[in-house]
Design a protein around this ligand. Structure first.
Ligand code: NI
Length: 176
C-alpha cells in the first residue's frame, strides 16, 4: 500500500510556476499515487486546490475540493488534462489566494460559469458545468497548468508588490 506523502509546495517566484505543463499520457499506479499525495498535501496546507507544478510535477493534473463547511462531506476531485469548453459572459469576483503565494489575497474577476472537460485517474472522460467558487477555483488551477498565477490578473504595481513580499518571505524561510 502506498503511504501518502505531504510534498513541499513551491513558492512564487519560481520558474517552474511559469511553465506550460505536459499532458498526462499514462494512467497508471504512479499517477494514482501522485494524486493521493497531492490531495494529502492540499488538505494539510490547508487549501482548496493544488496543481502539479506547485509540487514540481510539470504535468496537466490538479486536485480540488471547494467544500468549506465543516458539516458537509469532503468532495475531492482529481482533474487530469482539463479543457475549458465554455465560459459564461457573466463574470464573478472572488478574493483569491494561492498555496504558492501564502498570506497574499486579491480580488480577481473571471467568468462566473464554465464547462470543463477532463479525464480521471483511469483516463475516462468527463464534462460538467461549474459555477461560483468551484468555477473560480477550477480556472485558478487550470491557469497553473499554463504557468499563470492569479497575480498575473492584477495591475503591475500590485503584482510587483506581492512578488517583492514573497521574495522577502522566501529569504526569511531560507534563514529559518
Ligand atoms: Ni494557486
Amino acid at each position: 500500500m502506498h503511504a501518502m506523502t505531504i510534498k513541499p509546495i513551491l513558492m512564487h517566484p519560481d520558474p517552474r510556476l511559469k511553465k506550460i505543463c505536459e499532458p498526462v499520457t499514462e494512467f497508471n499506479k504512479s499517477l494514482a499515487e501522485l494524486a493521493d499525495d497531492m490531495l494529502e498535501t492540499m488538505y494539510d496546507a490547508p487549501g482548496i486546490g493544488l496543481a502539479g507544478p506547485q509540487i514540481g510535477v510539470m504535468k496537466r493534473i490538479f486536485v480540488i475540493d471547494c467544500v468549506k463547511e465543516d458539516d458537509v462531506a469532503p468532495d475531492p476531485m482529481v482533474i487530469i488534462n482539463p479543457e475549458i469548453t465554455h465560459s459564461s459572459e457573466e463574470l464573478g469576483v472572488y478574493e483569491e489566494g494561492c498555496l504558492s503565494i501564502p498570506n497574499q489575497f486579491a480580488e480577481v474577476t473571471r467568468p462566473k460559469i464554465i464547462r470543463l472537460k477532463w479525464q480521471d485517474l483511469d483516463g475516462a472522460e468527463y464534462e460538467d458545468e461549474f459555477d461560483d467558487l468551484w468555477s473560480t477555483c477550477m480556472q485558478h488551477e487550470f491557469d497553473h497548468l499554463n504557468g499563470k498565477l492569479f497575480i498575473d490578473y492584477l495591475k503591475p504595481l500590485k503584482r510587483q508588490m506581492i512578488t517583492r513580499k514573497m521574495q522577502k518571505y522566501k529569504r526569511e524561510q531560507a534563514r529559518g
